[in-house]
Design a protein around this ligand. Structure first.
Ligand code: GLY
Length: 382
């Protein structure tokens, strides 16, 4: 079936990721799990799929997806993993691959990632390496996965040296972002996802930041119109940047605003769930703005505006993470593992103002050390 024949409901919003032969649609709407069979079917060569998910998502939404697929004549084989970041490991990967071998899947079979960022990243990487590649579809069930990790084809598992260091670019065939599934998210996870929404305003869209200043509370209370707008604008921005720079040779790096600091905080916290990725990004974005201002690159007024927005929505800030920020040398050594770095120099995503970020190559280490030392001193001590 060709794209124009895909049965999209009028209530759904469509964002296209334009990558030539690897192009695909993101469908944003409600009740997509019950429509999943019809939406997925045009992409299948066989009437079966493997659905990789975790026990939490399975318990909450598995039955709905199962019946949505079955009513279109598709048999789902669920591969259900424990929840948690430690699934993004060689052990987690092996378990998924073994399950696909047990099902006697081949390269014509479709794999569906049904979960948050962990399941999406793990499934995408498993699909990439299973018999050198089988197609996959993303059905993200967290706000963070809907606006960021399910779109753009970054797939990975973690290494003891850092997050996402073993992976591949591998695009899905389709992304289904269903607003309804977000209703079961806890407040903490919702806020962590909201940080990635905010990122799109901060990195390149002042108008969207202004809209979030007005409507952020509606997004966080899952008002359907506000949520659809926020997810659609986020996906449009991501789709545009990925189309321009799929393999992150340039502009795509901007999507990592807040992530160099954030990944260092996550590594410092360990991956046991004490600090969610989006929480680390939330604090990391403010650190990126503060460090930009400390170098005279960004007005202090914009730092204050961001801080006010984070406070207004109770989002995580550096002052919530005192214990993780007390050792500047360790944070910098974590930042040294970042994939954006070149030739031993640090590359950071910094801000000129709200709505304009840029890549700083050879970021000045002494200034970074001074900023982190100053930050550690000014934070309240636990
Ligand atoms: N999460 C950043 C990217 O997809 O490039």
């Amino acid at each position: 079936m060709t794209d124009h024949m895909t049965p999209y409901s009028e209530d759904n919003t469509l964002v296209r990721v334009d990558l030539g032969a690897r192009s695909y649609d993101i469908i944003i709407g409600t009740e997509l799990l019950s429509q999943a069979g019809d939406l997925v079917k045009p992409h299948l060569k066989k009437d079966r799929v493997a659905v990789i998910t975790d026990t939490n998502v399975m318990a909450l939404h598995g039955a709905q997806l199962k019946s949505g697929l079955e009513k279109a004549g598709i048999t789902p084989h669920f591969i259900i993993r424990p929840p948690g970041e430690n699934q993004k490991s060689f052990e987690g990967l092996q378990a998924v691959l073994d399950a696909l071998f047990e099902l006697a899947f081949d390269r014509q079979d479709m794999v569906i990632a049904f979960g948050g960022g962990v399941i999406g990243d793990l499934t995408g990487f498993a699909a990439r390496v299973f018999k050198r590649g089988c197609p996959f579809i993303q059905i993200p069930t967290t706000l963070l996965a809907q606006v960021d990790s399910s779109v753009g084809g970054k797939t990975a598992i973690n290494s003891s040296y850092g997050k996402n260091l073993i992976g591949a670019f591998y695009q899905p065939q389709l992304v289904l972002a269903d607003n309804n599934v977000l209703k079961t998210l806890g407040e903490r996870e919702l806020k962590a996802g909201y940080a990635e929404v905010l990122k799109y305003g901060l990195l390149g869209d002042l108008e969207f930041f202004n809209w979030l200043d007005e409507n952020g509370a509606d997004v966080l209370s899952l008002n359907p119109q506000a949520l659809t707008h926020a997810v659609s604008v986020s996906c449009q921005t991501k789709a545009r940047i990925v189309a321009e720079d799929e393999l992150e040779r340039g502009a795509r790096a901007l999507l990592n605003l807040g992530h160099s600091f954030g990944h260092a905080l996550e590594l410092e916290a360990g991956y046991g769930g004490d600090l969610l990725h989006g929480e680390a990004v939330s604090a990391g974005m403010l650190m990126a703005f503060e460090f930009s201002a400390a170098q005279g690159l960004c007005p202090q007024g914009d730092v204050s505006r961001l801080e006010t927005h984070l406070s207004a929505h109770n989002l995580i800030q550096p002052h919530d993470l005192t214990n993780l920020i007390k050792a500047p040398d360790r944070l910098i050594s974590h930042m040294d593992q970042d994939k954006k770095n070149e030739g031993g120099d640090l590359t950071l995503i910094l801000a000129r103002k709200i709505g304009e970020s840029f890549v700083q190559k050879q970021a000045p280490r002494a200034d970074l050390h001074a900023y982190l030392t100053h930050l550690a001193k000014t934070l309240p001590h636990a």
